[in-house]
Design a protein around this ligand. Sequence first.
Ligand code: NAD
Length: 330
Amino acid sequence: MQIRGAHVLVCGAGGFIGGHLVNKLYADGAASVRAVDIKPIDEWYQKNSSADNRVLDLKKIEASHEAVEGIDGVFQLAADMGGMGFIEHNKALCMLSVLTNTHMLLAAREAGVKGFFYSSSACVYNGDKQKDANLTPLKEEDAYPALPEDGYGWEKLFSERMCRHFREDFGLETRVARFHNVYGPQGTWTGGREKAPAAVSRKVLEAKHSGKHEIEIWGDGHQTRSFMYVDDCTQGVASIYESDILEPINLGSSEMVTINQLVDMAEEIAGVKLKRNYKLDAPKGVNGRNSDNTLIQKYLGWEPSIRLRDGMAKTMSWIEEQMLAGVAVK
Ligand code: NAD
């Protein structure tokens, strides 16, 4: 499955990663890119004017058929999702993305597309293996026995299985990556769906500009995570799509930090030092999570490697521009 010369479809193209992926697919030589999202086009994070941009609700089978017409390769990123605050309080909404995944798989099969990429998540991993902040990084096999994040993680795990069986039973060439926290410019940074790097960036920058040198941190700050810069993510998506990797594979950074260390980094970039108030009853997710990259190294001889400090500097500079320009929630 080649991107060069192919007619490709990005589902969820109005979102954070989808918007970056459209640009990446053009850079990799796609013959055409169709970009689809449920949001009105003026709410898309990025809009590439070369693309065939369409507003469609892919939960509906007719829309899925329209989206795949004349397409060689599908990149299915559309999902109702957000950071921990969103997924802990919107489990049914998260699970309804199963309609999009089901209909896109059916439509792709019927249209005879050559390749189908699905964006799964580290939220599929067994919760019992993420209780300790000093955890061993998660290997692909740690998704079973299944005990994923309630709601969102169950939907992702189920859809991964569907991809597998559509390949085994119907010959649809599916590829699945489990994204670990992705961050970068052109993403959600306010409004309730933002994730830790964007939320921390915004809070630190707000404190810097307001002169109120305090920050609220969700949890005790000792929870550990790794964060992947979006350019590493789109590079990984393109490589995994073109690979022979049949099983779901981790796509994440293995540079692990505590949330306190992430705040240290953001303070240093912004040039401020803040008083920290820990909100212990806020949604904070699992205690520890990191990506084991043995398998991706084995298959691709590559892993996400953009340093968190470098990615955070670019992300904060973009958020600061948006903030100073008075850009509201997109
Ligand atoms: P995002 O919310 O910015 O983008 C998802 C897009 O899908 C949104 O623009 C949304 O409008 C669109 N969408 C939702 N329902 C739709 C429908 N019925 N029809 C058409 N479009 C629809 O999210 P993102 O961060 O860009 O994530 C992209 C994918 O990667 C998602 O599947 C997500 O679950 C997965 N993922 C992301 C992360 C991360 O850290 N960002 C981590 C793990 C997995």
